[in-house]
Design a protein around this ligand. Structure first.
Ligand code: ADP
Ligand code: MG
Ligand code: MG
Length: 251
């Protein structure tokens, strides 16, 4: 079944030029999709538009998420409905600790789904289970969100947030900055453990190497605001050899 159906999605930076020029993408539950492509193609814009981040204006097309009109929902509702974008939360919030922050976000989602909220004790139990699953030490929890984290720790923290919030659609935008080996391992181990028949994961990445560790079901190239090529897991290796040049003017 299709969890996400994007048809002809067009969007621009508020008061700026059009960056997404007609995106078509289908993602089924249980699948991992990788989106690659040259810098400036619109990959981060796509993730922002899906998460409902402010500063972007949709100028055409539709997005269905679990049968609902995703673009009609405010950003916080999308989050409660199970759309998770790593990096959507503030990078530094001194004094706010992971536990408090996550419990509030988790319970907002549970209310939305008509489930009982977790009390402190139930929440702690859930935290311990996820930490174990992800092989993370519990010192992570005592630190303020992202304050003083190394690259690998930030990634581990994001994956932990994702594990706690149990999204149906997780969008991981790895940005343009290099992943060190710690971060690469944190992302790939975490993502592999969080693969689930009910969950789709869309990974935006520059790093072909990451796809040696996380074997995607589909690989897409986004160039100049459109998805210009798609393939199965072998497509990433092909891109590694050929680069984006053969896509011609589109890239
Ligand atoms: P990618 O993630 O594929 O590298 P982006 O989605 O970040 O690409 O950017 C697509 C284009 O939109 C780029 O030309 C970028 O400079 C521009 N852009 C992105 N965000 C903004 C913004 N907030 N203001 C102005 N231009 C932006
Ligand atoms: Mg970029
Ligand atoms: Mg980007």
């Amino acid at each position: 079944s299709k969890l996400l159906e994007i048809r002809g999605l067009r969007a621009r930076i508020a008061n700026g030029r059009e960056v997404l020029k007609g995106i078509d993408l289908d993602v089924a539950a249980g699948e991992v999709h990788a989106i690659m492509g040259p810098n400036g193609a619109g990959k981060s814009t796509l993730s922002s538009v899906l998460a409902g981040k402010p500063g972007y204006e949709v100028t055409g097309g539709t997005v269905r998420y679990l049968g609902q009109d995703l673009l009609a929902m405010p950003a916080d509702e999308r989050a409660r409905e199970g759309v998770f974008l790593a990096f959507q939360y503030p990078v530094e919030i001194p004094g706010v600790n992971n536990m408090y922050f996550l419990r509030a976000a988790l319970n907002a989602g549970r209310r939305q789904r008509g489930q009982a909220e977790l009390d402190a004790q139930q929440f702690l139990k859930a935290v311990r289970e996820r930490l174990k699953l992800l092989d993370i030490g519990d010192d992570l929890l005592r630190r303020a969100v992202n304050v003083g984290f190394s690259g690998g720790e930030k990634k581990r923290n994001e994956i932990f947030q994702m594990a706690m919030l149990e999204p149906n659609l997780a969008i991981l935008d790895e940005t343009d900055s290099g992943l060190d080996i710690d971060a690469l391992r944190a992302v790939s181990d975490g993502v592999n453990r969080l693969r689930d028949p009910a969950r789709a994961i869309v990974m935006i990445t520059h790093y072909q190497r990451l796809l040696d560790y996380i074997v995607p079901d589909r690989v897409h190239v986004l160039a100049d605001g459109r998805i210009v090529a798609s393939g199965d897991k072998t497509f990433a290796a092909e891109l590694e050899r050929t680069g984006y040049a053969y896509l011609g003017d589109a890239a």
